[in-house]
Write a protein of this length. Sequence first.
Length: 369
Amino acid sequence: MKISITRENLLKILQKVGGVVEKRHTMPILSNLLFQVNNNLLTVTASDSEIETRAQAELESSDQTHFAITLPAMKLINIVRSLPEGLTILFDFEEHRCTLSAGRSRFKLSTLPAESFPILDLTQTELSFALAQNQLKQLINHSSFAMASQDVRFYLNGMLFEIGNSTLRVVATDGHRLSTCTTELAIQGLPQTQAILPRKGVMELSKLLVDEDNLLQLSLAKNYLTLELDSTVFTCKLVDGRFPDYRRVIPQNNDQIVQTDRELLRSLLQRASILSNDKFKGIRLQLSRNLLAVNASNSEQDESHEDMAIDYAGTEMEIGFNVSYLLDVLNSMHEDCVSLQFKDANSSCLIGANVGQCHCQHVVMPMRL
């Protein structure tokens, strides 16, 4: 069995699927990529048994119309990445071996049979709709930073996808902050549905999406989410758990409003973070009429103080925050002006933002310092 493909076409699909492969896995087959040839089309599949990504590319030539085999993922990706541009790569498959030729380079790789490779069943779709690729990318990029990492509450180590009528909302929280973004869909009458995508799935999905307005198809089944985009199919098993009621966390009566330049505030907070406590990253915000003062200190007795002019006519208050949480929100925004809404010194801060076709809300809980 022999096939040939340009380096650029092969590298493009390997980069799409390679992130799914686990470097250390109890099943050796999951360290491999599944190569499937159908006429003159190559489909490459990567899986870690929870996430599966498939990508396709046209072959230059093939001496068989149908066959399948698996190749070691990381070795193949590193070889193809290191080859010079413009080469055509020839694969010559023999029993348990593959010879890879490109220019004056030759490599021999071991193979495993395709029958051992796990394939997810994608026939049980219950809900499907289309949306623009950049819409979904904006939703994920402006909320994913609030996901938990290795939390014992496993349902927080991921992102909630909530569909209802004509809207898609994503929600992420680690228990100390929450971010939610909503967009309108072109279709109406969708049933109320919730699904939790695990953290790795969110990260891999974010890598696949680019800032273009071509449509993708998003489908949900009982235990997995599938996304079809051009020649790529991404599938991820869902987290079996119940996401907390995020609506109870979003403040409703925050009437103390600060308006200021986003970039000036972001720069000030970055400087304050330098001398904040390494572990807790706590800073103090002091609000008074048209003035914000930011104080930080650490266990080495280092201190910083800086103030800036703001648009604020509310009551005076002092409130502590994790500066990293505030910076994550400001870094995700693009507006020149930012609005921070407070209630009192013991309540959460609410920050709203509109990004393209998405409306986002970010909630940051206060700290006791």
